[in-house]
Design a protein around this ligand. Structure first.
Ligand SMILES: *[C@@H]1O[C@H](CO)[C@@H](O)[C@H](O)[C@H]1NC(C)=O
Ligand SMILES: *[C@@H]1O[C@H](CO)[C@@H](O)[C@H](O)[C@H]1NC(C)=O
Length: 594
């Protein structure tokens, strides 16, 4: 007797131990990858200076990579052609079958390997981005590192919950059915991303696409081909270390005229595009004949509505970062400060001296990420990606001044004493701007602190909604009720109350806009599910025991049409009626079934 009990206990324990040992939910070990450490991003590296004027970025199949802060030539890379793009899609499609069936722990292992890489080599990654875009270490820390880690953290913590098959209850008629939604991978997807955050904009779509089970081609901007190549190297090392095929993630960098080889390819199931609304429309048109789904993340002209009584001195630091983060080359940077007319001077007083004190330069050469080069100034502001839009910016500012705006600071390109080949634009303060001015309507993507004054809150909301765009926004004010009222009236995809851009640090929130800012969302459950195809599935709960059959009264050929009508009439009432209708419906069904 006792032997039998002991035997049972031992068996149960053995089964439990075996289950624990081979537990399918256990996390896999995180492998270590070799460093990606290009010499061009090392402190003190100096390259050959580029010719002046600068050669085109893409010419004759080559991409000319240069540091916009110094003019150093970083590298020359080969551009993709329609032929190589085609081959990359083929390879991605083949590799995707390996991922389709990969377990959640396996997918998480890849993300955790990426995270270990980003955590260990944070500074190198920031330096790579600084070298290629001319941004500062602090801009890189905010825009490349914090954001990427937030995305990894959210996807690791929530991705499986969001993508797991879910059971949905039906109605009374389906009580015997189990109804499920399976979120299947799409296959091969593409992301065409902008240059402003080359590390994050590349890793972000890769994290989501691979976790959802897709292969992905990332088309980077030719301006950041070099950074993108370093990142893809690291990603490939992470994939290989996890035993996944490196072909799952492909980098495409090509001349603009070859981009349609990617966007028109019928093998793509989804395209995420981040960039201007002009190019976004072209991508949607290229994708339409193949019915390829698109998510368009286009321009913005984000307003900050500053309500009467806002503590301007307190929020001054926030306003500065909102405008000058990445020198305004920020999708959700604040492009318009909308302030009560009688607080306009107070706002100008808060920011004028701080803007005047901003120092432009090359973060990699003036500082060593924390340790100053002896005798050098700290750098607040980096370079612009190129000088291609400088003339246009200056013309917009001139136009505004001619129409009554006041230029308090800056307003023009800047020749840097130490880096004459760098692309610098003077931090600018422009006040008395009205919605009718061109500068109040067009996305600047530049370090321009634009002040617009209003008399009533209604007018402020009108100004905020007066552009074709509707991406992000901020509302500043002392009253929570008023802030919420204004937030509800803003036509946009994101609102931050008494803050700026912070919604992006919660990667559980959907990112995207409305109007000319595009449609669809990335980030959050919305973004992750957007990279999957829902498949609706039903089956009997008691599979093989209780099977669904057609009731004889409605079976073909119908024996008695009056009876079958009574039956179905009763059935509709029984399933969907009020309690009394249900009782009557039940009687009808019983009568017809006799
Ligand atoms: C994400 O961050 C939160 C808190 O910051 C932490 O509790 C959680 O464990 C993190 N998730 C993962 C998967 O590391
Ligand atoms: C600005 O004007 C409003 C209404 O006209 C008034 O309530 C407020 O006190 C004024 N604020 C300042 C700082 O003068």
């Amino acid at each position: 007797m006792s032997y039998a009990v002991e035997g049972c206990v031992a068996t149960v324990l053995a089964v439990l131990a075996a289950a624990w040992l081979f537990r399918p939910w256990r996390e896999l070990a995180v492998p270590t990858i070799e460093r990606v450490d290009p010499e061009q991003a090392r402190p003190g590296w100096q390259g050959k200076l580029r010719p002046d004027p600068a050669p085109p970025v893409v010419a004759e199949g080559r991409i000319f990579c240069m540091d916009p802060a110094t003019g150093f030539v970083i590298d020359t890379l080969e551009a993709d052609t329609p032929l190589t793009i085609h081959a990359k899609i083929t390879a991605a499609a083949e590799a995707q079958s390996a991922l389709r069936t990969a377990s959640w722990p396996k997918r998480r292992q890849f993300l955790r390997t990426l995270r270990a890489w980003v955590m260990r080599d944070m500074e190198t990654l920031a330096r790579i981005a600084c070298r290629d875009t001319g941004k500062t270490a602090i801009d890189a820390a905010f825009g490349e590192l914090l954001t990427t880690c937030a995305k990894l953290n959210w996807t690791l913590s929530n991705g499986e919950k969001v993508l797991r098959s879910e059971t949905r209850s039906g109605n009374l008629l389906l009580a015997h059915k189990r109804c499920t939604v399976v979120h299947e991978p799409l296959g091969v997807v593409a992301a065409c991303v902008s240059w402003n955050y080359p590390v994050h904009n590349m890793l972000g779509p890769i994290i989501s696409a691979v976790f959802a089970g897709n292969a992905i081609l990332v088309k980077c901007s030719e301006h950041v081909a070099w950074t993108s190549q370093q990142i893809i190297l690291g990603v490939h090392r992470c994939l290989a270390a996890c035993g996944l095929p490196t072909e799952l993630v492909q980098l495409v960098v090509c001349a603009p005229e070859h981009a349609e080889s990617l966007t028109r390819d019928p093998r793509l199931a989804h395209i995420t595009f981040i960039g201007s609304d002009r190019v976004g429309r072209a991508v949607a048109l290229a994708a339409a004949p193949q019915l390829t789904a698109t998510t368009l993340e286009l321009g913005g002209k984000d307003p900050a509505v500053i309500l009467p009584g806002t503590d301007l001195a307190f929020f001054g630091s926030m306003f500065m970062r909102a405008c000058f983060q990445a020198m305004g080359q920020n999708c959700i940077g604040i492009e318009r400060f909308i302030v009560p007319r009688n607080q306009t001077d107070a706002l100008v007083n808060v920011v004028r001296d701080r803007i005047a004190a901003l120092r432009c330069g090359s973060t990699l050469d003036e500082t060593r990420f924390g340790t100053h080069r002896p005798g050098a100034d700290a750098v607040d502001c980096g370079a612009m990606i190129s000088d291609a839009r400088f003339a246009e910016l200056e013309a917009l500012i001139d136009d505004a001044v001619q129409h009554g705006a006041r230029l308090v600071l800056g307003g023009h390109r800047m020749r840097h004493g130490r880096w004459p080949l760098g692309y610098y634009f003077a931090p600018t303060l422009l006040t008395h701007v009205t919605p009718a001015m061109k500068i109040a309507q067009e996305e600047l993507f530049a370090p321009v602190f634009l002040v617009m004054s209003y008399d009533t809150v209604d007018e402020a909301v009108g100004i905020a909604n007066s552009t074709p765009y509707g991406l992000g926004s901020s509302v500043f004010g002392p009253s929570r009720t008023t802030c919420h009222e204004v937030a509800a009236r803003l036509e946009c995809g994101m609102v931050n109350i008494n803050d700026f851009g912070i919604s992006y640090l919660n990667q559980g929130l959907p990112f995207g806009g409305c109007k000319d800012s595009g449609y669809g969302r990335f980030a959050g459950p919305e973004g992750l599910l957007g990279l999957t195809r829902p498949k609706a599935m039903t089956e009997d709960w008691a599979f093989g025991i209780v099977q669904t059959s057609i009731p004889p009264v409605v079976d073909y050929p119908v024996r008695d049409t009056a009876k079958s009508w009574t039956f179905l009439h009763g059935l509709v009432r029984l399933a969907f009626g009020t309690p009394i209708e249900r009782v009557r419906g039940m009687l009808g069904v019983l009568r017809a079934s006799m």
